[in-house]
Design a protein around this ligand. Structure first.
Ligand code: NAP
Length: 487
């Protein structure tokens, strides 16, 4: 039985998940390269005030490490980060992580992946990307941004040295992040200006604290954790996930709830400005009960005039108004199409990832790429990342990858990749299903790729898990068999 060396790129939520599953499967020659000095990915990078997961805590956790101690129905960010740290320690992952080391390139030659990092080189039989989806902050191209006299920073690079109490704070962006920051800072800042380019729908969800009694009950009766995990999975799958991918009652219900919630904004003019141009769920649905209350405060303004430029004293809008501020927060999102990059990935025969993805990121069943042997992705293209637990998705993908590692160890495969034909067939089915999704209803969203088509999974997350539960061995080929095709 050959024991493969496995390299995982990234020690965030999905990298840890992959490592636990591989260790459980008996793989010992395992390394996770993490460019940062600590683990946690998005939950390490984001530390902004109000950071809360928008998926219920009972479901946003590993099914193999259920945590009875969650303090809230929706977990605060630092709690999730602590949880990931604990899982890494408890499951023996930490000693496999090499921190402060970025993978810059990987080339498959001589039957193995030659991996280049900022600290040297390595070799691997399997290369697994767990680099996350929303990772590279998107810095807006606003003229004069660097001339601002006060602290100015992206939401994912929060400047904790910047004083906020009693200061005039501007937040640019009204995605989930901008909404959470605005809700948290209203009343703390002397004046809060929310610069909104496009309004987004907000679904009313409150966040309550679990009582000590509840937490004790969950500690004593682990079956409760399992029960609530399944319950939340079922609710999210049955309501929200189906509403995204199929027209009908569920989608209409979510529409109605969002519209009613907007009605709680008393001033018709403010309500008009907060009315989005597209349907709920075109972008990831924002969950908040406090946001509309926050923007109706006297010390909070929603500015909808486009930003023209920034000058040392503040933000100047296209109507010529200078909005004087002390702190500038850019909640302007992430480059969602930078999957894996800037890593330079080269398949046997010299084909690069850039070649493969010239027309946009396309994968085999979200996890693999034709021509790239023993290379797998977590959260790869078209993963079901809309309003669902990404942890559950990572688990399904990690289990799938483990299947191939097991087959390798059993001597049943050596250097496998999906065929181009199977990949094309899968992508055709995917495209055929897209018109039923809400994202083709006239949305403007980073969910859409260069070709204007959604880059998301057009079926339910459960169907994604079901698909990955079957290995589809006949759709894979040993890479040597591919060589003549590449010529
Ligand atoms: P986002 O959803 O991409 O929102 C970015 C916002 O910035 C949008 O309102 C966008 O306006 C605006 N913007 C971008 N460039 C701008 C410019 N040059 N001038 C003015 N406005 C500009 O980013 P996000 O809020 O950081 O959220 C990213 C993802 O993470 C989302 O899927 C979100 O749901 C998710 N998230 C999840 C959680 C969680 O709890 N799991 C928490 C936070 C975020 P336009 O709409 O006009 O482009």
């Amino acid at each position: 039985m050959a024991d493969p060396r496995v390299v995982i790129v990234g020690a965030g939520m999905s990298g840890l998940c992959m490592a636990v599953k591989l260790l459980d499967a008996g793989v010992r020659d395992l390394v996770l390269y993490e460019k940062a000095p600590s683990l946690g990915g998005t939950w390490r990078d984001n530390t902004y005030p109000g950071l809360t997961c928008d998926v219920p805590s009972r479901f946003y956790q590993y099914s193999f490490a259920l945590n009875p101690g969650w303090t809230h129905r929706y977990s605060p960010g630092p709690e999730i980060r602590d949880y990931l740290e604990r899982v890494a320690d408890a499951r023996g992952v930490r000693r496999h992580i090499v921190f402060g080391t970025e993978v810059t390139a990987a080339e498959h030659s001589g039957g193995r992946w030659r991996v280049t990092t900022t600290r040297g080189t390595d070799e691997a039989d399997f290369l697994i990307s767990a680099t996350g989806v929303l990772h590279h902050p998107r810095h807006p191209d606003i003229p004069g941004l660097d001339t601002f006299a006060g602290p100015a920073f992206h939401s994912a690079r929060w400047d904790h040295g910047a004083r906020l109490e009693g200061r005039r704070v501007a937040v640019v962006g009204t995605g989930s992040t901008g909404v959470q920051i605005t809700t948290a800072l209203a009343g703390r800042a002397s004046r809060l200006l929310l610069f909104q380019r496009t309004a987004q729908w907000v679904f009313p969800v409150g966040n309550h604290r679990y009582t000590d009694l509840t937490r004790r009950a969950h500690r004593r009766l682990p079956v409760l954790d399992r029960l609530f995990y399944r319950l939340h999975e079922t609710l999210l799958s049955a309501l929200l996930a189906r509403a995204l991918v199929a027209p009908g009652r569920r989608r209409d219900l979510i529409d109605r709830i969002c519209r009613r919630h907007l009605e709680t904004v008393a001033d018709p003019e403010l309500r008009r400005r907060l009315t989005p141009p597209d349907r709920p769920m075109c972008k990831r649905l924002i969950g908040s009960r406090g946001f509309y209350e926050a923007v109706q405060r006297d010390d909070v303004d929603v500015v909808t005039a486009p930003i023209d430029h920034v000058e040392p004293r503040g933000v100047v809008t296209a109507d010529g108004v200078l909005h004087e501020i002390d702190v500038l927060v850019l909640a302007t999102g992430f480059d969602a199409h930078a999957y894996l990059r800037p890593i330079r990935l080269t398949a046997p025969g010299g084909r690069t990832l850039e070649d493969a993805w010239r027309d946009g990121p396309r994968a085999y069943r979200t996890v693999a790429l034709p021509g790239f042997p023993n290379f797998f992705m977590l959260m790869g293209p078209h993963s079901p990342i809309g309003n669902y637990s990404l942890i559950a998705i990572a688990e399904a993908q990690a289990d799938y990858v483990c299947g191939w590692v097991r087959r390798y160890r059993a001597g049943l495969c050596r250097s496998v990749a999906p065929t181009q034909e199977a990949t094309d067939r899968y992508n055709r089915a995917l495209r055929d299903a897209l018109p039923r999704t809400v994202w083709t209803s006239g949305c403007r969203s980073w969910y859409l790729g260069k070709d204007g088509l959604p880059e998301l999974w057009p079926w339910t997350p459960r169907s994604h898990a079901r698909m990955l539960a079957v290995p589809h061995l006949e759709e894979f080929t040993e890479v040597d068999a591919l060589a003549p095709e590449r010529g």
